[in-house]
Write a protein that binds this ligand. Structure first.
Ligand SMILES: Nc1ncnc2c1ncn2[C@@H]1O[C@H](COP(=O)(O)OP(=O)(O)OP(=O)(O)O)[C@@H](O)[C@H]1O
Length: 318
């Protein structure tokens, strides 16, 4: 059963459509990452689902309710981590969590939440004295103190260092394991790949892909990347068929090829002739980041979508 669904969701600001005819389903326990360039419509979509903005057209259900007319029983089942933190600097971490805890009918114990976000040692510290990364963890703690069934995270790790980011990912994984449905927006492809069961890509207000990370990467499966280290200009004599697809950066050669087997045969024969050991040889499908950039480029150019359909749940096609 879909816990969140959108059909034909459209939001206009004057003549400008920020979100156009977007449809999707999100199942109970699913973690969805929403990606898209600045201005693609991610925050607008999420804030409509959260009940903070009214849609122009379309049908929305969140836990079987219309969030814009959300009764209190829906609000009590949602958790939010908004893009900008709005914590009271003078309150301690403990006081902050006690304050928000009192607003919910079925909250989590404070100690449990502090442990989940790794802030046990900071409970007496005033929020204003915490680092940016620690404040973000308090934001997450506030988002989950009410024991939400659905958690919305808007760019939860922007500005965090890699260690703080991974700590926050750990907390999200714990929530996932406990069955919480999570919808997060992010600009970090690695974050989407690490956390999400499903990725949605928005471009200029339209949903241009909606599938698992693995399937999205396969949208451009015709492209495989063969990389190896080359000494000096030793790639100069690569056979023409390989040289055309070769890019060299900092001594690392990348061949972006369609047919892997002939390319590898040609490369091995070349390496044999030129006594190259093909140091650090790797053969990989295009990364999620490259696939994402291809998707956005195609969407902006209005060129034909990839042949493979990304189609999940709702009547959404790319
Ligand atoms: N209150 C508003 N009034 C008018 N236009 C708005 C308003 N809020 C958003 N927009 C416009 O709607 C479009 C989508 O904005 P939105 O904030 O949803 O994008 P986003 O994908 O979340 O971007 P970012 O990654 O920068 O956060 C943009 O063109 C933006 O300028």
């Amino acid at each position: 059963m879909a816990l969140i669904s959108a059909r034909g969701l459209t939001k206009s600001y004057g003549k400008h459509n920020a979100v156009t005819d977007v449809s999707f389903d999100i199942g109970e326990g699913e973690t969805v990452a929403m990606l898209g360039p600045n201005g693609a419509g991610k925050t607008t979509t999420v804030e409509i689902l959260e009940g903070f903005r009214e849609r122009t057209r379309g049908e929305i259900r969140v836990i079987d309710e219309d969030p814009w007319h959300a009764p209190q029983r829906l609000r009590a089942q949602l958790g939010f981590v908004l893009q900008a933190t709005s914590l009271e600097a003078e309150l301690s971490v403990l006081e902050t969590l006690q304050y928000y805890r009192a607003l919910f009918p079925n909250p989590r114990p404070v100690d449990e939440v502090l442990a989940m976000v790794g802030l046990e040692s900071e409970e007496k510290v005033r929020v204003g004295q915490l680092s940016g990364g620690q404040q973000r963890r308090v934001d997450l703690a506030v988002g989950i103190i009410g024991n939400p069934r659905v958690l919305f995270l808007d760019e939860p790790t922007t500005g965090l260092d890699p260690i703080a980011r991974r700590q926050l990912w750990g907390a999200v994984r714990t929530l996932k394991a406990g069955g919480t449905t999570v919808l997060l927006t992010t600009h970090y492809l690695e974050e989407a790949q690490e956390l999400a069961d499903t990725i949605m890509v928005l471009s200029d207000g339209k949903l241009v892909a909606h599938d698992s990370p693995a399937n999205i990467v396969q949208l451009f499966e015709s492209e495989t990347h063969i990389t190896f280290r080359a000494k000096g200009d030793s790639t100069a004599a690569l056979p023409t068929s390989l040289a055309e697809s070769a890019e060299t950066k900092d001594g690392l050669v990348t061949l972006k090829v369609g047919d892997v087997i002939p390319a590898l045969k040609g490369l091995l024969a070349w390496a044999d002739r030129h006594h190259s050991d093909l140091a650090g040889l790797t053969v990989n499908p295009a990364s999620l980041e490259e696939t994402y950039l291809n998707l956005i480029r195609q969407a902006e150019e209005g060129t034909a979508p990839p042949t493979k359909t990304t189609h999940r749940g709702a009547d959404t096609h790319v």
